[in-house]
Design a protein around this ligand. Sequence first.
Ligand SMILES: C[S@@+](CC[C@H](N)C(=O)[O-])C[C@H]1O[C@@H](n2cnc3c(N)ncnc32)[C@H](O)[C@@H]1O
Length: 290
Amino acid sequence: MTGSDAELVKADFSHLYNRPDPRDYVRTLSRLDYEIPDRARPVFETIFAAMRSAGAVGDEPLRVLDLCCSYGVNAALLCCDLDLEDLVDRYSSPELQDLATDELCTADKEYYATRLVPDAVRVRGLDAAANAVAYACRVGLLVNGWAENLETDPASTELASDLDQVDVVICTGGIGYITERTLTQVARTRPGRPAPWLAAFVLRQYSYEPISAALSHHGMVTEQLHGISFPQRRFASDSEREAALRAVTKRGLDPSGYEEAGRYYADFYLSRPGNDSRIPVDSLLATVMP
Ligand SMILES: C[S@@+](CC[C@H](N)C(=O)[O-])C[C@H]1O[C@@H](n2cnc3c(N)ncnc32)[C@H](O)[C@@H]1O
């Protein structure tokens, strides 16, 4: 749906995506109650637990790639004893406002290190915004970071080789910016290994069909989690709301109880290699259902 009515009317936050540090990004999006990373965390953690109990990764920490990782918000929530409200409080606190980026970086490195949970997953990140990726690496949230745009370019040799190591790919708030052009480069079979699992939250206004169709050519089976959609954030304007209502209605979805009430909602999709798909996603994630 890239280039659609809904895409064109969606508020443009791209000026916040590549700042030297996360303060403006976190503060601005928190004013719109941005919440998808918090909502996504229990889903991702349940998937990680299922992969571990299936013996997919042995005793090693799970290797996660966060697509459109930005400043490492998902990594912070998955690896540290923190929720989004903690990050909003931190990056809005008056004591941190006057710090230079280098000073904030030093403080953040300690902040995250002291909150690391035992046996945390190891997160790599990919985002087109080089400053955001660099910050997340400097403060220790990402073990590896890649500032590449796979919509326009093939993955570098170094990134391609790192992708060979990944067990699972996650994405919040990224689909729409990235399409099957990016996803087929990261969720693909590797030498001697099947493709990684891909767990993505996708605004209801976007069809996931082009992505799931492209992934099926790589032996991946995609399922949508039924019975639940996840709030992403409040609309920034009436025109955003109207465009989203039109777009979801055009897709045959009913906006009442969802977008009509003033927020974007995302659906969850899981793509797995055919041999890993015996347990349906609705059963796998039964415990996260309300
Ligand atoms: C709404 S933010 C979501 C960030 C983060 N996942 C979260 O939920 O907080 C969208 C992100 O997509 C990134 N992005 C946009 N186009 C991209 C592309 N072609 N390739 C990789 N990242 C892209 C932006 O730089 C930005 O960090």
